[in-house]
Each structure stands twice: as C-alpha cells, then as structure tokens.
Ligand binder design. Structure first.
Ligand SMILES: C[S@@+](CC[C@H](N)C(=O)[O-])C[C@H]1O[C@@H](n2cnc3c(N)ncnc32)[C@H](O)[C@@H]1O
Length: 258
C-alpha cells in the first residue's frame, strides 16, 4: 500500500518499546481467548458489512488478524514499530497494511466502512485536544454511512473512598495492579508489579487520560459523527449506570440528499 504517514514528531502517548511488544501477547493472554475475542470480531465484522476496516492502534493484531480471517479487509495505524514487528509474524503487509504513526493525525489511503479503536486505547492519548483529533481522524477515514467504534472502560471513580489516591484492579500471587487517578486533570497511571520466576519483581506503568461516555459523545459530535449505539460489551448487553465498560458506535451521516 502506498502509505501517507503524517505522524507528528510529538505525541503524548507512551511509546511501547521492544520488550513490551515481545511480551504483549503472553501478558494479555486473557484478551486473546475465544470467549473475549469472538464476540468482538463478530460485532466488528457485522458492522463492517463487507466493506474495509481500519484499526487505530492495531498493536500485534489481536483483533485485526481474526477479523481479516473472516474476509474483512483490514488496515491499521500504530505508533510502535516493535508492536508492528510482532504483528508481522502473523500477517504480511499485503494481508494487513499498517502505517506507523499517531492515530490522532496519521492518514492512510482509502475510505473505510468501519474504523475501530478497542481495549481502552483512546486513553493512551493524554490530552483532550488529541482525543478530539482522534475522533476527527476516524471521521476523515470513514465513507458516508461508515461507523466508528470504541471499546472503553468507564472510569472507576466510584471505587475511590474519599482521600484515597489509588485503587487496586488485580491482587494475585503473581501480579499486583492498581490505578492512580487525578480527578482534576483526568490523568491516570496503571501500575503493575509482577513476580517473576527468578523471584524478582518487575515494575511497569502506563499512563492515560480517562474520559466518560458523555465526553466521547461530544468528541464524536465535534467530528461530525452521530450516535448510533452504546452497549456494555461485545455481546450487546444493555449499558446501565452499573456498567464498567462500553462499546460505542457513531455513524458518519450519509451525504445530504443521498
Ligand atoms: C492495549 S494495546 C492495544 C493493541 C490492539 N488494539 C489490541 O486490542 O490488542 C495499545 C496499543 O496502542 C498503541 N498506541 C498508543 N498510543 C498510540 C497512538 N497515539 N497512535 C497509535 N497507536 C498508539 C500502542 O503502541 C499499543 O500497540
């Protein structure tokens, strides 16, 4: 594919390095299980409706590879070359073309019936401006009538007792994970302490900006997209005040008079 990369020199996103990329599929093994992946791929294949799809932050191809195997032509944008290198072990550039760049600003040739951004990754852009630009970039790549899909957690603010700055999300023998969130700036960090086989402990952290579903809707509106669907998960469970995540779909309007 003749790629046009327009990546800015600077992005607020953490850059995923070679070590992280090499470990990604094992570390996220739970996200590769058929129970997790199949409903997501079903949902996305249905929305693509036979047209081409573009994945923002395609990573190692967790979703793109099985989606392409369903016959959906898939392309990607990804900031980290090491993540793309891992994807290349599963699919060639002819099968799944990828442009290395920032999903807020990078463009690829073509018009897509579906653009999708999963696994909470909109949060990797850590400024509101960049998140707005990301929605605009999705809209830019959509054909009229095409859809933008986001999978995102609902910020777990309600789990914070007053005065406490951290909330654990995984406490097990092998791994301690907790988030710190700043209620003023909407900045957050996920901290991971992992016990290794040699007895040592590895620390890793990832930074993000959390956003509510309502802020997503406003960003979509700024990008000229209209809301079509919000469900709690890929199975289509209703989104309620208790939901901890959402799958949201916005649509690019058909041209006037079409
Ligand atoms: C949690 S992984 C998700 C990968 C894949 N979508 C999946 O579901 O397995 C987050 C990915 O987002 C990429 N990423 C982070 N910021 C980005 C940006 N500004 N533009 C493009 N990719 C970005 C990271 O390099 C990483 O590959």
């Amino acid at each position: 594919m003749a790629a046009i990369a327009q990546a800015r020199a600077v992005t607020s996103s953490d850059l995923w390095d070679e070590d992280t990329a090499r470990r990604y599929d094992d570390a996220s093994a739970g996200m590769f299980t058929p129970e997790v992946l199949d409903p997501a791929v079903d949902f996305l294949a249905r929305l693509a409706g036979g047209g081409p799809a573009l994945e923002f932050a395609i990573g190692t191809g967790r979703v793109a590879v099985p989606l392409a195997a369903r016959g959906v032509p898939v392309a990607g944008i990804e900031l980290s070359q090491p993540m793309v290198d891992q994807l290349r072990r599963k699919a060639s550039a002819a099968e799944i073309p990828v442009v290395v760049g920032d999903m807020a600003t990078t463009t690829v040739p073509g018009e897509f019936s579906l653009v999708y951004l999963v696994f909470n990754t909109i949060g990797n852009l850590r400024t509101q401006d960049e998140q707005v630009e990301c929605f605009r970039n999705a809209a830019r790549h959509l054909a009229p009538g095409g859809r933008f899909v986001i999978e995102l957690w609902v910020p777990g603010i309600r789990r914070f007792p007053p005065g406490q700055a951290a909330v654990p999300f995984d406490v097990s023998d092998r791994h301690l994970g907790f988030d710190t969130l700043d209620m003023v700036t909407q900045q957050g960090t996920s901290h991971h302490y992992t016990h290794l086989a040699d007895g040592s402990v590895r620390y890793g952290a990832s930074n993000f900006r959390y956003i509510w579903p309502a802020e997503c809707d406003l960003m979509a509106r700024l990008a000229g997209l209209v809301p079509e669907q919000r469900v709690a998960d890929w199975h289509g469970a209703p989104f309620t005040s208790e939901s901890e995540s959402h799958v949201s779909v916005w649509r690019k309007p058909l041209a006037a008079g079409a």
